[in-house]
Write a protein that binds this ligand. Structure first.
Ligand SMILES: Nc1nc2c(ncn2[C@@H]2O[C@H](COP(=O)(O)OP(=O)(O)OP(=O)(O)O)[C@@H](O)[C@H]2O)c(=O)[nH]1
Ligand SMILES: [Mg+2]
Length: 297
């Protein structure tokens, strides 16, 4: 590694559902963070490590900053995002091309309070028709703040991500690699397993239920042949337990199958998965429970 090597942290910030996790997964060509069509999918700070010959960009995936943060978990999610945006070498601020909301404005207000340089990404441009409409949107965005760049992208389709990646080294400090070039995330395979199970649950369940559940890995055993995983799905109320299990266990079975297929792909081993649903009243509003369930307070 030469003395000109650069390595640093790039926080990916925005309100829920704008495509932060998708952006990191697309750049890394690997799934390091779960993605669903529902807001508040990401709950933790998750690193996606992108190592090149001359630089290492450590992307920090963050929970979407949101207004209705009554429970301790939501406060913790917002705190995680704010800390990440204050501590980064560069912030990537994502918003959706179709609309600018009050929550986007909240994020911008936070960014204005920090001294970290910010690149604005207008995401999901594949949803804008006709394309001429983009010009007006870009002009409006550029007027909102002294962004270093404003780039229209599609994280899902990879549009303009090369333009973005080429700009990154300029913002990174001279430093040897902060993480081994061999890893793409700081998170353990057991964490990946719990998140994958949660992703499948979010995709299967309606309304408020995904927000009231969390997944705890009780046992994770990597043998030569396969990986044995025992996981508990914690819900807040007895009534939710029946919904998560489903008629004759059908929903839980679908979640288990989908999670197994996904994990087999990501961990490259056959997976044995045991899922249990249990009730822990108000876990999302209890500091003690959140801590024991792996949330960083
Ligand atoms: N059409 C379109 N959809 C996108 C694009 N990028 C992301 N999405 C979709 O937007 C939804 C939310 O994506 P996520 O990556 O989970 O968004 P997020 O910002 O990480 O959301 P939270 O973790 O909830 O804060 C998913 O359905 C994605 O497939 C894009 O460029 N175009
Ligand atoms: Mg996310």
């Amino acid at each position: 590694m030469s003395g000109n090597y650069k390595s640093g942290f790039i926080s990916v910030i925005g309100r829920p559902n704008v495509g932060k996790s998708t952006l990191i997964n697309t750049i890394l060509k690997n799934k390091v963070s779960i993605v669903t069509r529902k807001p508040q999918t990401t709950r933790h700070r998750i690193l996606g490590i992108y190592t090149q010959l001359n630089f290492q960009a450590i992307f920090v995936d963050t929970p979407g900053l949101h207004r209705k943060a009554d429970k301790m978990m939501n406060k913790m999610m917002n705190k995680t995002a704010i800390n990440a945006l204050m501590e980064a070498d560069l912030n990537l601020f994502l918003c959706e091309a179709r609309s600018w909301t009050e929550e986007d404005q909240d994020v911008l207000d936070r960014i204005k309070k920090s001294t970290v340089p910010t690149i604005m990404l207008l995401n999901k441009i594949d949803q804008v028709h006709p394309k001429e409409m983009l010009l007006e949107k870009l002009a409006k965005l550029s007027a909102r703040h002294n962004f270093r760049e404003v780039i229209p992208v599609s994280a899902r389709r990879r549009d303009s991500l090369k333009v973005l990646i080429d700009l990154l080294p300029e913002y990174l400090p001279l430093s040897p690699q902060l993480y081994s070039g061999k890893i793409i995330t700081d998170r353990s395979p057991a964490f990946t397993a719990s998140e994958t199970i949660r992703e499948k649950l979010i995709l299967e369940l309606r309304q408020e239920i995904p927000y009231g559940l969390t997944v705890e890995i009780e046992n994770y055993e990597d043998t030569k042949k396969n990986i044995l995983i025992q996981a508990i799905i914690w819900v807040e109320r007895e009534t939710q337990k029946g919904i998560v299990v489903g008629k004759n266990g059908s929903l839980l079975k679908r979640v288990g199958t989908a999670a197994r297929i996904d994990l087999k792909d990501r961990l490259r081993k056959s997976i044995h998965l045991n899922l249990w649903v249990k009730v822990k009243a108000n876990w999302a509003d209890s500091e003690k429970d959140l801590q024991s369930l792996g949330y960083d307070l």
